[in-house]
Design a protein around this ligand. Structure first.
Ligand code: 5GP
Ligand code: MN
Length: 327
């Protein structure tokens, strides 16, 4: 931590990056950190390769996350909620930053490899036991003696709230609740965050959820509950991929399945897979995600593959049966 604090203190120009298809933790952590560092007089830029889902428009400072590239030198890059440049979705990091002196990684995913293995002048703050990157950012801001304003509180509470599934997942711990209590003392409201993120759906999106729910198939052999959404499903109802956030958690409420899988056909013809399980079900879905080139947490992971949905389902299903047999 001390090394990270010194890096931040000695940097004037800071670029903050996070993972592609940014979620509430990526976006909330980015904005909370950026706002805090700006209060120290730093020049801070936030860049996201992918669009920010509309449900996060209520977050203070959301417009500071840019999608345009204007490569220049940075004293420090902070990589949030992921640990490799490849996860940012930026094809060539030089397109976004001409050069940089130091890299700081703040992440809570279990890791085999981080960008610090590839470059010098890099510091990791990685703790997979922490509920969300937002909590790690909160610790960094406290260490820097930055005043937690209501705006910062709203951003970081959104990160904790979304990564804990609204304080329902097994990563909800006393530290995340204590941080949430601090943010509420600053004026942030869990009910407002919840309403903005989970209760702003269009009728068309709910109908699309219905299509996915009707399609669920369970497989008693490997314990999988699986469904899918084609691009044509989204196009015919005029629904964006981001409006599927939370759907896989509903599929995961089937108590006699071991884990759930939602496959979504993206605009770039790739298939995005989302995997979820529950502590009591005894499955580590990150093993499945990693074997498909993705990653994530034991109970919430993801991956991206090429191919068509039907084939992918049968391939993944066979693969999981084999993985179970190997155990
Ligand atoms: P989601 O299913 O909500 O997109 O992702 C669940 C978790 O898996 C998140 O922690 C996310 O960072 C991780 N994840 C999702 N997709 C990928 C991927 O393609 N690669 C890696 N390494 N992690 C992913
Ligand atoms: Mn996260």
């Amino acid at each position: 931590m001390q090394q990270a604090i010194e890096l931040i203190q000695s940097s004037d120009n800071i670029l903050i990056l996070s993972h592609k298809k940014p979620d509430g933790d990526a976006i909330g952590s980015m904005l909370g950190l950026a706002t805090g560092l700006k209060s120290l007089g730093k020049r801070v830029q936030c860049f996201s390769n992918d669009i920010i889902p509309d449900v996060f428009n209520f977050l203070p400072g959301i417009s500071q996350i840019e999608n345009k590239t204007h490569p220049e030198h940075q004293d420090l890059i902070v990589l949030l909620d992921c640990a490799l440049f490849s996860r940012t979705g930026i094809e060539n990091i030089k397109d976004v930053v001409a050069s940089f002196d130091n890299l700081l990684i703040i992440d809570h995913h279990p890791k085999k490899e981080t960008e610090c293995d590839n470059i010098q002048n890099c510091v990791n703050i990685i703790d997979y036991k922490i509920s969300s990157t937002a909590v790690l950012v909160f610790n960094v801001l406290k260490e820097l003696n930055i005043e937690i304003t209501k705006d910062i509180a709203n951003c970081l509470l959104t990160g904790i709230f979304t990564d804990t599934g609204g304080f329902q997942h097994s990563n909800t711990d006393s530290e995340s609740l204590r941080a949430a209590a601090e943010f509420m003392k600053k004026g942030s409201r869990v009910d407002k965050i919840s309403r903005n993120i989970f209760s702003t759906k269009s009728l068309a999106a709910i109908k699309l959820w219905g299509i996915a729910l009707r399609r669920i198939k369970t497989n008693p052999e490997n314990g999988m509950a699986v469904s899918y959404i084609n691009k044509s499903d989204m196009d015919s109802l005029g629904v964006q991929e981001e409006e599927l956030m939370g759907l896989v958690n509903v599929i995961n409420t089937i108590s006699d399945s071991k884990f759930s899988l939602l496959l979504t056909e993206s605009a770039n013809n790739k298939i995005k897979g989302s995997l979820r399980s529950e502590e009591y079900k005894g499955i580590d879905v990150s093993r499945i995600a990693r074997s498909l080139g993705g990653g994530g947490h034991k109970l919430a992971s993801g991956f991206e593959i090429n191919g068509d949905i039907e084939n992918s389902i049968s391939q993944i299903s066979d693969m999981i049966v084999e993985m179970k047999n190997e155990k």
